[in-house]
Design a protein around this ligand. Structure first.
Ligand SMILES: *[C@@H]1O[C@H](CO)[C@@H](O)[C@H](O)[C@H]1NC(C)=O
Ligand SMILES: *[C@@H]1O[C@H](CO)[C@@H](O)[C@H](O)[C@H]1NC(C)=O
Ligand SMILES: *[C@@H]1O[C@H](CO)[C@@H](O)[C@H](O)[C@H]1NC(C)=O
Length: 207
């Protein structure tokens, strides 16, 4: 008799116990837990910000009204050291922090050197160098952030080769080079934004 009674007690209370457990579970999940934010989050946020700012600047790098832009279409690639980024969708599926960050660093340094050179070339032919100066400063900040990130993950900071850059003497030449640089810089911005967003630790706040 006693066992029967015990049994019925257990049977009766089981659903209630389950309810309590479910409630407890619910409470645990909805209670504010400390959000763990990786120390890399701030770094990625700053790098993405630099790329976004650069994307807005490259549009003004060649300082040409849209109507005159057509004279510079089909610009030949004359700057051999300028990164020509080519990628396939598959490249984005196999990104590795230890491979993509050094690559990004090298590209950033190379664009930085080209933009600095462009700035001098513009000054030499009395063209406004303001946009080149702006781009240069953001590229410099981006490369410092990448340098710091590489140190953070214990990767070696790659040595960037110095590109051989021509001496330019005419304003027309300078404009052609600035169209070439800004076109490649545009590709670089799109590529690096995507790489940074994909490499960003998944726990980082999205905004
Ligand atoms: C990067 O790390 C992966 C493992 O996460 C390793 O297989 C690969 O060889 C590393 N690449 C370099 C260039 O060190
Ligand atoms: C700008 O002018 C200086 C002095 O004439 C020259 O040494 C330098 O190579 C020129 N820079 C470019 C990019 O043409
Ligand atoms: C790269 O980072 C290291 C360590 O943070 C620092 O000592 C070095 O000066 C940095 N180099 C550049 C070029 O920013």
């Amino acid at each position: 008799m006693a066992t029967l009674a015990d049994d019925s007690v257990i049977h009766d209370s089981t659903p209630r116990l389950l309810h309590l457990l479910l409630l407890a579970e619910l409470f645990v999940h909805s209670s504010p837990r400390p959000v763990h934010i990786s120390p890399h989050c701030g770094m990625f946020k700053s790098m993405i910000h630099q790329v976004d700012t650069l994307s807005n600047i490259f549009k003004t790098l060649h300082d040409l009204p849209d109507g005159e832009r057509m004279h510079f279409e089909d610009v030949e690639f004359r700057l051999g050291g300028l990164p020509h980024i080519q990628h396939t969708a598959a490249d984005f599926n196999s990104l590795k922090l230890n491979e993509s960050l050094p690559q990004l660093f090298l590209y950033t340094r190379s664009f930085g050197l080209h933009v600095d050179w462009l700035k001098t070339a513009k000054e030499n032919v009395s063209l406004s160098s303001q946009s080149a100066e702006g781009a240069s400063s953001h590229l410099l900040q981006l490369s410092s952030l990448l340098n710091a990130s590489l140190h953070q993950i214990g990767e070696e900071v790659p040595q960037s080769p110095s590109p051989s850059l021509p001496v330019v003497s005419t304003a027309f030449d300078v404009l052609q080079f600035s169209v070439e640089i800004s076109e490649q810089l545009q590709v670089f911005c799109k590529w690096s934004k995507r790489v940074l967003v994909l490499l960003r630790p998944s726990r980082c706040p999205r905004r």
